[in-house]
Design a protein. Structure first.
Length: 74
């Protein structure tokens, strides 16, 4: 069913379509930015946890090495 619309209706439909396309493009860009932000935050959290675990291990090994040095007879 092809219907003929008036010229003003056709212009309105085209204008609406253009605006709708812009809105969809904006929504997609916002979703991509949100996804990137979430990925960055997750990576930062993983790296922070890894750094803290490494620092904990280093402190533990340093303190145990200090204890063994103290425990040796002179």
């Amino acid at each position: 069913m092809t219907e003929k619309y008036s010229i003003s209706r056709q212009k309105a439909e085209i204008a609406f379509s253009n605006i709708q396309t812009q809105v969809f493009a904006k929504d997609k860009a916002v979703e991509e930015l949100a996804s990137l932000t979430q990925s960055r935050e997750e990576k930062t959290l993983r790296l922070r946890e890894a750094r803290l675990a490494k620092e904990r291990d280093e402190r533990a090994s340093a303190s145990s090495a200090g204890l063994t040095k103290r425990a040796r007879p002179r």
